[in-house]
Design a protein around this ligand. Structure first.
Ligand code: PLP
Length: 419
C-alpha cells in the first residue's frame, strides 16, 4: 500500500512520468499544478494531501455513475470469484446477458453487438463492418470530429495536428461540415458509411440543430450508406437522453459505445448493429473481426450492473435537469464576463465554455482546481473548457462548480484588465 499522504509522492510520480512515460506531458501537468489522485468515490477525487475535488472533468465522460459505484464494484467482485476473463473457446454467459440488455435499451432494431475494450476499437469495428456490408470503401466524417487515435479512427477524426505525423492515413476518407445536412447527398455518393457524433464532444461541444440526425438518416438511406452514430461520449445518458440519437428519435445502422458503458470501473467498448447490416458483412464469416480481451466476464458484469443503475436510479433524467441548471449558470457567468467567455453550448451534462482566447483556460482550470473542482479542455478545440460531471451530480454540487468557474473566470478577467 502506498503512503499517499507524503509530500514525496508527488515528486515520485513526476519523476516516473518524466523518465518512463511522457516527459513533455509531465512538465505541462506539473506547471498546471496537477495534483496526484489517490482515491475516488461518487463525484469526488481526493489527492495526496487529502484535499477533495468535485470531478467536473468526469474522466472525459467515463464516470457516468460517479467513481467506484458500489453496485458495479460488487458485481465485478462477484464475477471475479468465478471467472474474470473469457477462455474464448466456450460460451460466455455474462457477455450474452450484457449484449441482450444493450439491445433492449438501444434504439429500434439495433441488436447484434461486438464487445471490445475502448472507444477507438469500437469505431474500428463499426467502420470495418460498414465496408464489409456495402463492399464500398469511402467513409465520410465531419470536420472537428473525434473518433479515437488508432489508425482507422484517426483517419476519420478531424484534427490535423493529431493526424499529420502519421500520414498517409486511410485512403477514401472525406470530411464535411458538422451539422449541415445540405452537403450530404453529394458527399455520400458511393460511400460505405457516414460516421458522426450526436454532439461533438472533443470538437468543442458542438450541438447540431435539432433534426440534423434525422436528415442524416434520410441521406444515408438515399445513398445506401451505413449510418454510424459514434455515441462513445454521448451515449448512456450523458446528453439527457439514453442515447444522443434519441433526441431526433432515429435509429442509426450502427452505434458505437465505450466510456460510460461499464460505469467507470473496467475498460470496455462495443458497437451494436442492425441485423440487416451485420448479416451482410459477417453472416458467412463470423471470425473476421475479433478481440482477445473483448467481452471479458468482468467487463460485461460491470456493464450489466452499470446499465441497471443508469435506468433504475433515473440518471438520464438527472442529467437532463442538472445539465439545464449547469448550462443556465454558465450562461449567466458568460453574460457577466464577455471579455473572457465567447459562447456556451451544451446538451445534458456535456457543457462547453468557449473562451475568447485559447490561453485563458490556462488561468481558469488551475484556479478551479484550487477551489476544489476539476474541469478539462476538449481535445480538438483548446479554446473550449468542458464540464462533464458524473450523472449522479446534485444541484448543490452544480452550484459549487459554478462558483469555482466564476472565480476562475473572474481571475482571468482581472489578469486581462492588467495587461
Ligand atoms: N469516439 C468519441 C466520440 C470519443 O469522444 C472518443 C474519446 O474521447 C473516442 C471515440 C475514442 O475513445 P477511446 O479514447 O476510448 O479510444
Amino acid at each position: 500500500m502506498l503512503d499517499n499522504n507524503t509530500q514525496d509522492l508527488a515528486g515520485d510520480v513526476f519523476e516516473n512520468y518524466k523518465r518512463y512515460l511522457n516527459p513533455p506531458l509531465a512538465r505541462v501537468m506539473k506547471l498546471s499544478g496537477s495534483p496526484v489522485e489517490v482515491r475516488a468515490q461518487g463525484t469526488t477525487i481526493w489527492d495526496q494531501h487529502g484535499k477533495a475535488y468535485l470531478d467536473f472533468a468526469g474522466g472525459y465522460g467515463v464516470f457516468t455513475l460517479g467513481h467506484s459505484h458500489p453496485r458495479v464494484i460488487a458485481a465485478v467482485r462477484e464475477q471475479m470469484e468465478s471467472m474474470s476473463l473469457s477462455g474464448k473457446t466456450m460460451f460466455n454467459v455474462v457477455l450474452g446477458r450484457a449484449a441482450k440488455r444493450l439491445a433492449e435499451l438501444a434504439p429500434g432494431d439495433l441488436q447484434l453487438s461486438f464487445w471490445c475494450n475502448s472507444g477507438t476499437e469500437a469505431v474500428e469495428g463499426a467502420t470495418k463492418l460498414a465496408r464489409a456490408a456495402t463492399g464500398r470503401a469511402k467513409i465520410v466524417a465531419t470536420h472537428d470530429a473525434y473518433h479515437g487515435k488508432t489508425l482507422g479512427a484517426l483517419s476519420v477524426s478531424g484534427r490535423e495536428a493529431f493526424q499529420t505525423p502519421f500520414r498517409p492515413l486511410l485512403a477514401d476518407v472525406a470530411h464535411v461540415p458538422y451539422g449541415d445536412a445540405s452537403v450530404l447527398d453529394e458527399a455520400l455518393r458511393d460511400a460505405a458509411a457516414f460516421i458522426v457524433e450526436p454532439v461533438q464532444g472533443e470538437g468543442g461541444v458542438n450541438v447540431p440543430p435539432a433534426g440534423y440526425l434525422r436528415a442524416v438518416r434520410e441521406a444515408c438511406d438515399r445513398a445506401g450508406a451505413v449510418f454510424i452514430a459514434d455515441e462513445v461520449q454521448t451515449g448512456l445518458g450523458r446528453c439527457g437522453y439514453l442515447f444522443g440519437c434519441n433526441r431526433d428519435e432515429i435509429v442509426p445502422d450502427v452505434m458505437t459505445l465505450a466510456k460510460g458503458l461499464s460505469g467507470g470501473i473496467i475498460p470496455v467498448g462495443a458497437f451494436i448493429a442492425r441485423p440487416a447490416v451485420w448479416n451482410r458483412a459477417y453472416a458467412k464469416q463470423p471470425l473476421v473481426h475479433t478481440s482477445t480481451f473483448g467481452g471479458s466476464e468482468i467487463a460485461c458484469a460491470a456493464a450489466l450492473a452499470a446499465m441497471e443503475v443508469l435506468v433504475e436510479d433515473g440518471l438520464v433524467e438527472n442529467a437532463r435537469e442538472r445539465g439545464a441548471q449547469l448550462l443556465e449558470g454558465v450562461r449567466a457567468i458568460a453574460a457577466e464576463y464577455p471579455s473572457v467567455i465567447a459562447q456556451t453550448r451544451g446538451l445534458g451534462l456535456l457543457v462547453g465554455v468557449e473562451l475568447t482566447s485559447e490561453g485563458y483556460g490556462g488561468w481558469i482550470i488551475p484556479e478551479m482546481l484550487k477551489a476544489g473542482v476539476t474541469a478539462a479542455w476538449t481535445l480538438n478545440q483548446q479554446r473550449v473548457i468542458r464540464l462533464e460531471p458524473p450523472l449522479v451530480v446534485s444541484a448543490g454540487e452544480v452550484e459549487r462548480a459554478l462558483g469555482a468557474l466564476r472565480a476562475g473566470v473572474a481571475t482571468a478577467a482581472e489578469k486581462l484588465g492588467r495587461l
